[in-house]
Design a protein around this ligand. Structure first.
Ligand code: C2E
Ligand code: MG
Ligand code: MG
Length: 268
């Protein structure tokens, strides 16, 4: 326990110099539209090029950043970097969308609205092409505050997605209360679709509910064609997962899209 504590304390110290040291990088995981059979955007996922430990995934530092408050600075950097990149993509494809994860502390920081508003103007983005991902548990932390902020962001036209849907409090109240535009079905339901009847029923019910409420839906963690076929048949709009691609660095992501649009290029 002591070792773990010391390690966390070291990570926390290192985090403070990571932004100024340009050690963070956004990777992009493609989002596939199952009706149009095209890629319609990406989720930005942070990676940390730690000078001693190599590439670190968010699981090893986001919680520490959240507890220590550094997450606000990291979150601002992520939003800015994602919007700058989205602007570049939109030179070629005006409808590209960008999903950005927002942590609870960042969400309730008091300046998220202002920041998003300024970024939309600076990078001339259509608001609906930016989608903020928040988890259920985060929203339920301070329902009154969350309701106001969600309404403001929705009025701005920005998309709001519930991440890891089905794993938090799963209170249906927020579907009524918050102007949610999208749900992301947690990959724990998707991963055992082919073996668990319960998961199939739960996923079918979520799809039916989202369609009835006119909320867009993405399945996370799609790894097999069987999972994709089930989701598409039930009317799930979008999918994301290793079946298509893991999160990629920007040049590889651009290359991935190019090849997906022009499959003949693969032969050469
Ligand atoms: P998330 O937002 O639910 O992101 C999806 C995670 O699932 C990503 O892990 C992604 O690489 C992984 N994944 C995607 N497809 C598959 C698949 O087919 N199979 C499996 N097994 N996994 C798949 P990653 O990048 O390690 O991110 C973990 C979590 O860290 C994210 O979960 C998100 O909550 C958080 N996170 C990532 N980037 C940021 C960020 O910029 N800010 C904040 N606040 N949180 C972030
Ligand atoms: Mg996410
Ligand atoms: Mg998720």
């Amino acid at each position: 326990m002591l070792n773990e504590f010391k390690e966390d304390a070291q990570i926390e110290r290192d985090l403070h110099s990571a932004i100024s040291g340009r050690q963070f990088e956004l990777y992009y995981q493609p989002l596939r539209d199952l009706e149009q059979n095209t890629y319609i955007g990406a989720e930005a996922l942070i990676r940390w090029h730690h000078p001693k430990r190599g590439v670190l995934f968010p699981a090893s530092f986001i919680n520490i950043a959240e507890q220590s408050g550094v997450i606000n600075a990291i979150g601002s950097w992520v939003l800015e970097a994602a919007c700058r990149q989205l602007n570049l993509w939109q030179h070629h494809n005006a409808d590209m969308t960008m999903h950005v994860n927002v942590s609870a502390r960042q969400f309730f920081s008091g300046n998220l609205f202002e920041q998003v508003w300024q970024l939309l103007i600076r990078y001339r983005l259509k608001p609906k092409t930016l989608i903020l991902e928040i988890t259920e548990t985060e929203l339920m932390g301070d329902v009154r505050h969350a309701t106001l902020l969600c309404q403001e962001l929705a009025e701005l036209g920005v998309g709001l997605a519930i991440d890891d849907f089905g794993t938090g409090y799963s209170s249906m109240r927020y579907l009524k209360q918050f102007p949610i535009s999208k749900l992301k079905i947690d990959r724990s339901f998707v991963s055992d679709l082919t073996v668990s009847r319960e998961s199939r029923e739960i996923v079918s019910a979520i799809i039916a509910m989202a369609n009835a409420l006119n909320i867009s839906l993405t399945a996370e963690g799609v790894e097999t064609v069987e999972q994709e076929a089930f989701l598409a048949k039930k009317g799930c709009h979008q999918a994301q997962g290793y079946l298509y691609s893991p999160a990629l660095r920007e040049p590889e992501f651009a290359q991935f899209l190019l090849l997906a649009q022009n499959p003949v290029l693969i032969a050469h």
